[in-house]
Write a protein that binds this ligand. Structure first.
Ligand code: ZN
Length: 158
């Protein structure tokens, strides 16, 4: 059986934070604010995976009130989520995603992000799509105050 899942996330950009997207540290004067490392792309992917098998959302498994998750590397949460999916009897076929970000330019990092995700999720890089777009200078994202991400995943029963 095939199922799909949808995920979305947004984090605010602040000073004195690292900018980490898909597990890649991107040189920039601002970074994403959050309880964990605030990897907005991985969070959207986690929610899409949970959504595909109706397991709820990221906040119910990795709450931001739990100090175990303070500044945690989101790739650890992603790997745990993939294990939960396997335990449900499903595996990931492919993922498509968008990072919506006015600045910095993400094109030089997309390939490395896909490689990282392929390694965390254990599927071929060819089955992971990451697209970057700006918000045409509109709204908080376009003004450079936040970065958002969207993800869809297709899973099949093992
Ligand atoms: Zn998040």
């Amino acid at each position: 059986m095939l199922r799909i899942g949808l995920g979305y996330d947004i984090h605010k950009l602040e000073k004195n934070r690292d900018l980490i997207l898909g597990g890649v540290k991107i040189p920039f004067e601002l970074g994403l604010l959050g309880h964990s490392d605030a990897d907005v792309l991985i969070h959207a992917i986690i929610d899409s995976i949970l959504g595909s098998v109706a397991l709820g959302d990221i906040g119910s498994y990795f709450p931001d009130t739990d100090n175990n998750y303070k500044n945690i590397d989101s790739s650890i949460l992603l790997k745990k989520t993939v294990t939960m999916l396997k335990n449900k009897g499903y595996r990931i076929i492919n993922i498509d995603s968008n990072i919506i970000c006015q600045k910095p330019k993400l094109a030089p990092y997309i390939d490395k992000i896909r490689e990282n995700l392929a390694c965390f999720i254990e599927i071929p890089k060819e089955n992971i799509s990451v697209k970057a777009k700006t918000n045409e200078k509109q709204d908080s994202i376009g003004l450079g105050a936040a970065i958002a991400a969207q993800a869809v995943v297709l899973v099949e029963s093992i």
